[in-house]
Ligand binder design. Sequence first.
Ligand SMILES: [Fe+2]
Length: 561
Amino acid sequence: MKINGVDVESGIKRFGGKTDRYLKVLHSFAMGLEIDDTPMEITFSNENAEESSKNIHKIKGVAGNIGAVALYEALVEFENMQRTGTLDNILYNNIWLRMKETKESILNATGNAADIEQRPQGSINELRDLLIELLLTLKISEPTNCEAAVKALSAKSWKTISGGELDTINKAILDYDYDKATEAVNKIVLNNNYKGVSEAVNEKAVKCLINKNISVLIVDDSKENLSALRGILEDSYTIYVAANGERALKVADKNLPDIVLLDVVMPGIDGFETLKLMKSDSRFLYTPVIFITGSGDSFSEAQGLMLGAVDYIVKPYNPDIVSIKVRNQIENKLHRDSLEVLVEKRTEELRKSQEAIIFGMSFLAERRDLGTGEHLKRIKRMAGLLAECLFQKYPEVISLKEINNIASYSPLHDIGKIVISDTILLKPAKLTSEEFEIMKSHTIQGADMLLQTKELLDSGADNLMVAVDIALYHHEKFDGSGYPKGLKGEEIPLSARIVALVDVYDALTSRREYKDAFTHETALDIILNGDGRTQPEHFDPLVLEVFKLYSNKFIEKQHNI
Ligand SMILES: [Fe+2]
């Protein structure tokens, strides 16, 4: 196709080779050009000068993109003359004439391009398909197509769809308000009982998303520019669009795009402000943003890069450069994402090996008196379980991180026993009071060892403070009758209050040289009601309450050896 003043070939290329869409956009662009029959006097000295200049600049950008070369060159010339103060009425009229000719030649050539209104009246199935198309284009496309679909709906003049409903959809589309437009379409679907529409839409949408799991948000107040960028990128990515900064933030919030192409000059908040707001949300901190700037606008380029944009694209677009720049940034992002996954994996491996070492250390201490290490495994399981139960009932008193730490470090509670001599640790008879004092020191000795370990490990070992607390305080009692410091109530760290209870429970339900293992019920009764030696006042009432409430779970843990 040949159109005077238009480089159709490069225009189609800028639309990703999509001729139909290109011609429609070209047509609607020419229709929107406000050029009447009589050339106007120059009005740029009046109070609207700034706004008029902005409009001219905007039209120039679009004209360049869609290949309207003659118009583009005329406007470049116009801006140059305006800037240098050399614009006079004769030159202005010349430029105006070229604009008018371009408009006419475009309309002559594309007059039949927007023939969608002439579709014959169809069946309910066709209406259903149109609704699906509309919903889908709303979801993954730009408004040009939506408008066409709405026009088609209007042209059908179905009795079941009121003018008001169509107006609502139209307005929502013009505002790029996907949610509102979808709601309006869904209402039509419901009112007309078009069963299966939603399912069909979802199925189609899901297929699109599966094929294109990388998403690009394009933000530009020019629908022609949006359409061009969409044409270039839509075959490779899922596309979301927004016509202004406010809408962009909403769309980004809902769809979490992988990359954003952001125009600078827009009504409302501009591209710079939009970028700032976006980057203040931690979810978008590492989302690459490419600015769209006018040619030669080096201020915007520098400003954008300074604010955290990763690159910029200059209008008129070179489609190859757009594709490459977007692909490069997406590859960088994917690489970064995969590195993050790798770091997470390595951290998890490190955590596991740290746990294994901790368990090994604890086992060394435990082996001398209790033998098999099963006691440690049970303490680990039950301390984790009791902490989880506490979280379930009172989420405000414990965090998920604390639960993990308590489970991980509870096996270290008796590590200080490693320095207690065999004669005391393995003595089959009752300890003398002097021996018992030495025995009690396993709490302080264990905490010291762990503190030293923590200092050796330097940073990154803050969690080990939980281990120190557990070792030092697991024999403290809530009523202040414990050791080594006789702490009371919440002076005792929560981790130690939890381990104290499971340590007692495990001792009661395990066999010793001097006693048989108590059943779960007996142990529970002793802990809840006391037996003279163990008393309920020894335990944190909150921890005790939770232990009672979920006590059945501990039978499984106890037996699951
Ligand atoms: Fe102990």
